[in-house]
Design a protein around this ligand. Structure first.
Ligand SMILES: Nc1ncnc2c1ncn2[C@@H]1O[C@H](COP(=O)(O)OP(=O)(O)OP(=O)(O)O)[C@@H](O)[C@H]1O
Ligand SMILES: [Mg+2]
Length: 383
């Protein structure tokens, strides 16, 4: 039996700082919702308001059908795990996990059953008699999770719970947390500023910037259809490349200028895309084109490219499996991600050589300039 969370127009001001600005979000029962955004965008403020640790300036918070504004934290039936999960140092693992149940004055037998069940689930049964200082970081983290889970709360709030762990342990724990959440089915809001963590754990992601929600969607949706340039640039690594583009026409011909130079080699399909986007528009119009580093074809293979541009290679970064190339086109620099080193690159003197790059029209993202809002066209209209 899971609980829905509904947040309506939450605003929180600290003096003149607006930490949350009309923040609205609905989390489905049993859903794993990730709040993702840069430092200072309001993530912690949002969950502190949900938990009752902070009072919103305005707005409504519903847990299930209950309006919880004004309700003290202990009456909200929420468990929260913070970045700095303080365990009680003088207590054993068992007593740490049992603590919230003892506070609720549950019977000894009941407490023992619940602590054993949770310890088994988290694979810490063998550590039950140890003190926190005898545990590794990852083990402490699991004890903290156990202490939160044992209460069987209606809602789970986690604020960057993995940020103190090393990379390997983080990767392991994020899989564990996700599995655990699916097993117990408790509605969860999980905060991170790490987009890979968000993509790999979330049922849906809410991306925030400066106190505002920018987009809510599945990892696939926010990656393939980012609603604006902020989301587009925030999700994906290396980030999406952006090129300023001007569309105009003369003698019923469409002119496309990218980074100040006229595009000569554009396929019919690409021209049709621009036509779909701009036929009802007053021209000239400015548009920002977004291209993911993975979607660029070095060498400009004519079969798969609708747009071919000449660039200068400026930097090569080897990442083991992948290679990142930096290319300059006019004043702009772009990143290209390839799995193998393209044969057209001269290995001995790679930098400063001229290369062609190509992109399929299906891989281009369009954003109105300067608002940065995504523009869509109906893809099946294009041959
Ligand atoms: N108690 C406070 N008094 C004044 N300003 C605050 C207070 N708490 C937070 N803020 C401000 O509100 C904004 C949002 O802060 P918040 O802690 O919610 O960000 P965050 O998204 O959790 O960032 P981080 O990723 O760094 O943890 C920031 O500009 C912050 O400086
Ligand atoms: Mg925070």
């Amino acid at each position: 039996m899971s609980t829905r969370i509904r947040i309506e127009n939450l605003t929180k001001n600290y003096g003149r700082v607006s930490a949350l600005d009309n923040f609205s979000l609905e989390v489905d029962p049993g859903e794993f919702m990730v709040l993702l955004g840069p430092s200072g965008c309001g993530k912690t403020t949002a969950v502190r308001c949900i938990a009752g640790l902070s009072d919103p300036s305005s707005g409504a918070i519903y847990i299930g059908d209950q309006l919880v504004n004004g309700l003290p934290p202990r009456d909200r039936d929420i468990a929260m795990v913070f970045q700095n999960y303080a365990l009680y140092p003088h207590m054993s693992v068992y007593d740490n996990i049992a603590f919230p149940l003892k506070m609720r004055k549950e019977s000894k037998g009941n407490i023992r059953d619940k602590v054993e069940k949770i310890s088994k689930l988290l694979e810490i049964s063998q550590l039950i008699d140890r003190k926190p200082k005898e545990l590794s970081g990852g083990q402490m983290q699991r004890v903290a999770l156990g202490r939160a889970l044992v209460r069987e709360p209606k809602v789970f709030l986690m604020d960057e719970p993995l940020s103190n762990l090393d990379a390997k342990m983080r990767a392991y724990m994020r899989t564990e947390i996700k599995k655990l959440q699916k097993k117990v089915g408790i509605t969860t809001i999980y905060i991170t500023h790490d987009q890979i963590e968000a993509m790999s754990m979330a049922d849906r992601i809410a991306i925030m910037d400066r106190g505002l929600i920018q987009q809510v969607g599945t990892p696939q949706e926010v990656y393939s259809k980012p609603s604006n340039t902020f989301v587009a640039g925030f999700i994906g690594s290396p980030p999406m490349n952006f090129l300023e583009c001007e569309v105009s026409h003369s003698n019923s011909h469409l002119h496309i200028e990218i980074s100040g130079s006229l595009v000569k080699s554009a396929s019919d399909a690409l021209r049709k895309v621009f036509d779909r986007l701009y036929r009802k528009e007053e021209l000239p119009a400015k548009v920002t084109i977004g291209i993911r580093p993975r979607d660029i074809i070095i060498g400009g293979d004519r079969l798969h490219s609708d747009l071919i541009m000449e660039c200068v290679l400026s930097f090569i970064e080897m990442l083991g499996d992948d290679t990142v190339l930096e290319v300059n086109i006019g004043k702009n620099s772009m990143k290209v991600l390839t799995s193998s080193m393209p044969t057209v690159i001269q290995q001995d003197t790679p930098v400063d050589q001229h290369v062609l790059i190509g992109i399929s029209h299906e891989k281009l993202h369009f954003f109105t300039s300067p608002t940065g809002i995504r523009r869509e066209y109906v893809a099946d209209e294009i041959p």
